[in-house]
Structures are given as structure tokens and as C-alpha cells.
Design a protein. Structure first.
Lengths: 74, 347
């Protein structure tokens, strides 16, 4: 599991960080993104849908928003 | 077999870029979107700050456009590169601090670089002649094509019939007859086309997609630069210009006073970078002090902060002043009356 710390970044920066790390990964890899901007709960899943990645899990723990993503094949 | 031609579309999240991309998709072109994040984009983060804006969940309209079109979207961080566009615009500023023409040249140029690196044939934008007073005029269209380096690989599907033929048209990759001749500030042709395509939930931003077109924001940016004696900035600087009431009671310091709970929470994240003030005896806003302040300055600042607390009419208000290391001291002051806050202090 790759960990990405996107805390204290406001959208769209967490989306950009997620996009950039996924570029370096292979299909099937998982990445866990931790954020503090609640906007990511809408924006990162939208970005994943249009770019063919799968959001496996979303969590909200102590004002942090955590998304686990599986890298898609395209 | 005919080669599948590919276009990269500048997607702002507005209606015009949505339509331009759709027109290309209708002609069988493979389209992917590109969106540049300058730090000044209205899309994105400000809605995450103010609590009042959270009643209706906001969406990122560039992502929404891409999803509606069924295309990929590549969001590119250009914060650092954009500084030169803003600080040294060859074509100058618009009505406020908006370097729209240089911005468009820059973005089309970046899209062209991206197209070259990724094997795309041409670039499309949602530009319409006469739509914007600075960047979208008949005279500026060739400037953008030439200075960006895109030249005739830049196609504007919504007004292409008013412009010379471009490479994709000449080569027959797209059919010029099925492009459009929109012009002027009217939105009616775009709205009619949107209806034809079944788009009914598109973004209609009142002030465009960039904070630099906003007068109040531009005044704050100009004040920031003037106070520093140069035009340098970091992302935190430009974020903070979007938050709170700003006062500059002295040339060497500025106050950023939160307006509500969401801004209070946001400013908490800056407590290690700024002196902060908070009323202790009464509920009140968190305030950042940007600059240096003597004891007299801190007292002045405290009187302003207390004016925006629930103790505004009290004889005495206790204000806690914390330095960047969290070392705090309390001062007791009488809040300013409304007319004691000099209007010239407001930024």
C-alpha cells in the first residue's frame, strides 16, 4: 500500500498529488490518500471515475478524509 | 484505415469549453481534457473554507465537465510557472490584476507541450470572438495561436467559421461545416447548443473562473506586493487573500480577521506561521497578524479584533496574543468604536 499525505492541501491539489503518484504506479496497486479538505470526498472519486481508477474505501477519522484507491488498467 | 485523431481540450469547467469538446467528440475525435491550476482558480478550495458555502456541496466543474463528456481530465499544477505570467505580463493587465491574454497564451502553450509529449494532434479551446474584452477578441486570436507556439494546431470549434482554416480543418480531420460561427458577448447560441446536447446543469460562474478578475481580490494582492516591496508570492499568500477581513493599520503589519467558523478553522492552520490574536473574555474571531508589531501595535490590533467579537460593546475585553512558537500573553483593551476603525485601513 502506497501512502500519500495530502493534509493541509486544498482542492484541487490533493487531486493533482493523487494523479501524479498514480502515474508512477501499476494497475492493481493500491494508494491511500490522507487529506484534510473535505472537498476531496467529491473531487477524488470524480477524478477516479473519469480516469478509470477504483475508490475501494472512504473514511473520515478525526477530521481527516482517507481514500483508498486501486489503480485502474488504462 | 483512417488514423484516429486526438485533441487535447482546455477545460475550465465553464460552458464554452464543455461545448467545444463535445463538438469534437461528435466529429469522432478522441478528446482528453486538460485543466491548469494557477492558485487563483475560483474552482476548488474556497468553498472548502467558508461554512456558509457548505450548505450545498460544491463540485469541481472541470471534473464535472469531463465526467459529463466521458473524457479523461489531466489537472496540471502550474503555480510556480504562472508567477512569471502574473508578475510580468507582456500584454498587461485587464480591468483588475488579470493578465488574461498572457494567461491564455501560457495555457495554450502548456497544452501544446502536453500534446507533443502525449502524441495528440491538435488543441481546442472554447474561445469565442468578442466573448471577453481582453483575451477573446478578433485581434487576440492570432496572437494566442502564434505566441503559444500552437499556430494552426489550435482550433476554436465555437467560432472557427469566423477564423482562417486550421490544420485539422485543412487536413479533413474535422469538418469545418459542422463547426460554429459564434461571436460577441451573447450566450444564447451556447445555451441553444447546450440544450441540443442535453446539458442542463452546467456551471454559470458570475465572475469568471479566476480570482484575478475580482476587484476586491486584486486590491488585496496589490497591497501585499506594495507592503513587501516586490511581487513575489507563495501559495499560502494567495490563499490567505481569499479569507477574512483584511486591515492594514500600519504599513508594517496587516490583520486577517476570520468572518465565521469555517474561516476560524482554516486560519488555525497558520498559527505556526503568524502572530495570532483571539478574544478570551468573549467569543470572537481568530486573527492573523502578518508582519511585525510593537507592543503599541499589538494593542491597536487587539482593539480592532475586539470590535469583531461579542465583546464589542464591553468596557474591557481580554485578548490573547500568541507568537509563532505558541508563547502567549494577555492584554486587556477597550474595543474600538465603529468610527475608530479608519476606513483607509480596510484592504
Amino acid at each position: 500500500m502506497i501512502e500519500l499525505d495530502a493534509r493541509r492541501l486544498m482542492c484541487p491539489m490533493p487531486v493533482i498529488k493523487t494523479q501524479n503518484i498514480i502515474k508512477t504506479l501499476s494497475p492493481g496497486d493500491n494508494v491511500r490518500v490522507t487529506c484534510t479538505d473535505p472537498g476531496v470526498m467529491q473531487d477524488i472519486p470524480a477524478w477516479c471515475r473519469i480516469n478509470g481508477h477504483i475508490v475501494l474505501k472512504t473514511e473520515e477519522i478525526d477530521y481527516e478524509f482517507i481514500l483508498t484507491i486501486e489503480v485502474g488498467s488504462d | 484505415m483512417t488514423k484516429q485523431r486526438k485533441a487535447v481540450a482546455l477545460i475550465s469547467g465553464g460552458l464554452d469549453s464543455l461545448l467545444a469538446a463535445k463538438v469534437m467528440l461528435e466529429q469522432g475525435i478522441h478528446v482528453e481534457g486538460i485543466n491548469f491550476y494557477t492558485g487563483f482558480c475560483v474552482e476548488g478550495h474556497t468553498h472548502a473554507i467558508r461554512k456558509k458555502d457548505k450548505v450545498k456541496p460544491k463540485r469541481n466543474n472541470a471534473l464535472w465537465s469531463a465526467e459529463t463528456l466521458g473524457i479523461k481530465l489531466h489537472i496540471i499544477d502550474v503555480i510556480e510557472e504562472y508567477k512569471d505570467v502574473l508578475i510580468n505580463p507582456k500584454h498587461g493587465y485587464g480591468q483588475n490584476m488579470n493578465p488574461c491574454l498572457d494567461c491564455k497564451v501560457f495555457m495554450v502553450g502548456k497544452a501544446k507541450e502536453w500534446a507533443d509529449e502525449n502524441g495528440f494532434d491538435f488543441i481546442i479551446t472554447g474561445e469565442v470572438i468578442g466573448q471577453r474584452p481582453m483575451s477573446q477578441r478578433r485581434e487576440t486570436m492570432p496572437i494566442i495561436s502564434a505566441e503559444s507556439g500552437a499556430d494552426d494546431r489550435l482550433l476554436r470549434p465555437l467560432c472557427a467559421q469566423n477564423l482562417p482554416e486550421t490544420l485539422p480543418e485543412r487536413e479533413g480531420w474535422v469538418n469545418r461545416d459542422e463547426l460554429f460561427d459564434f461571436s460577441g458577448r451573447t450566450r444564447k447560441p451556447q445555451m441553444a447548443l447546450a440544450e441540443k446536447f442535453g446539458f442542463d446543469d452546467y456551471a454559470q460562474p458570475a465572475g469568471g473562473c479566476c480570482f484575478l478578475t475580482d476587484k476586491a481580490y486584486s486590491v488585496k494582492l496589490t497591497d501585499l506586493w506594495a507592503s513587501r516591496g516586490n511581487k513575489e508570492y507563495e501559495i499560502d499568500d494567495i490563499m490567505l487573500l481569499k479569507v477574512g477581513r483584511h486591515f492594514r493599520p500600519k504599513p508594517h503589519f496587516k490583520l486577517i480577521v476570520a468572518r465565521e467558523e469555517g474561516e476560524n478553522n482554516f486560519l488555525q492552520g497558520y498559527k505556526k506561521q503568524f502572530i495570532t490574536l483571539r478574544t478570551m473574555s468573549h467569543k470572537g474571531p481568530l486573527t492573523l497578524l502578518d508582519g511585525t508589531a510593537s507592543d503599541d501595535d499589538l494593542e491597536l490590533a487587539a482593539k480592532i479584533v475586539a470590535r469583531f467579537s461579542q465583546g464589542r460593546d464591553a468596557e474591557e475585553v481580554d485578548v490573547e496574543v500568541s507568537d509563532k512558537n505558541g508563547v502567549a500573553k494577555n492584554i486587556t483593551i477597550k474595543p474600538f468604536l465603529p468610527d475608530e476603525i479608519n476606513e483607509a485601513w480596510r484592504v
